[in-house]
Ligand binder design. Sequence first.
Ligand SMILES: Cc1cc2nc3c(=O)[nH]c(=O)nc-3n(C[C@H](O)[C@H](O)[C@H](O)COP(=O)(O)OP(=O)(O)OC[C@H]3O[C@@H](n4cnc5c(N)ncnc54)[C@H](O)[C@@H]3O)c2cc1C
Length: 292
Amino acid sequence: MTATAAPTTAPFRFFDVQVARVRRLCPSMIRITFTGDRLDELASGGRDQRFKLFLPQPHQTAPVFEDLSEAWYTAWRAQDPAERPVMRSYTIREQRHDPAEFDVDFALHGADGPAAAGGGPASRWALAARPGDRLTVLAPAVADNGGVDFRPPPGTDWILLTGDETALPAIAGILSWLSPGTTAKVWLETGHPDDRQPLPTFADAEVTWLVRDPAAARRGEPVLDALRAADLPAGTPYAWIAGEAGTVKAVRRHLVGERGFDRRAVKFTGYWRRGASEEDLLAELTAAAGGK
Ligand SMILES: Cc1cc2nc3c(=O)[nH]c(=O)nc-3n(C[C@H](O)[C@H](O)[C@H](O)COP(=O)(O)OP(=O)(O)OC[C@H]3O[C@@H](n4cnc5c(N)ncnc54)[C@H](O)[C@@H]3O)c2cc1C
């Protein structure tokens, strides 16, 4: 499982962007629309298109890089952590042309509930974002790129999707991409009943919204309980699972172990892990790769 893939540049490129609009979608999510020079050269592959977002430090007005060449990652790692841009992974919720812009839906998180100013740097940044705020993104320059994971193989009969708020933008992108009549079963866990949003699709999709109990000891239980109780369609499935890493692991185990899904037909990605920031996850990946 990749909690956060080590960033590659090609066919990705750096774009300087600024906030065009901010819209509170629901209690747990904010949609931020970005615009910028040369954004017509950004090419999202749709579905769960991932990209890297670079935030300025609180005392800066724009991210400060020492090197934006092919060697940027080495330079970024060597930079003072208090000065270098904060790197986070997000999903392109929707890209539009004329004018060139794209949306990112940020899940708000923090110790005191979705509207609190807790959480991590990205969640806090989104909550405070205003038109004109500047960021840098490392985003695809060609639509067929390695940042799209949702790739059901030929012969797939139906699709299973599960996730929490962080995976909602990707699930929305996947549903809008599916061919007419595709059977899709979707389980989405959120923090508030008003987090439901329309998910336009031509697919024959059944979406089950599950609201967490804030007092529940563990996240992810509603999705697992619902899956365990579900009657799944016959035929060859393809599953895409994202959200909190522990939940993702448990859902995968259920599908492969108890439901007999072919493990190659289960794409699973931990989008975040309880108690670990994205720096912590990146440090683990770096250590596992021998410090490279
Ligand atoms: C490929 C990919 C695509 C993603 N797309 C999106 C997206 O489109 N929208 C989106 O909102 N997120 C998305 N995420 C998840 C997002 O990157 C993480 O939630 C990230 O940790 C947020 O950064 P932060 O600075 O707010 O928190 P961090 O500084 O990384 O973490 C601080 C603390 O908050 C906790 N935390 C992090 N996220 C959550 C959460 N959602 N709920 C509760 N606690 C949390 C951590 O465990 C940690 O203890 C994606 C992740 C990946 C890998």
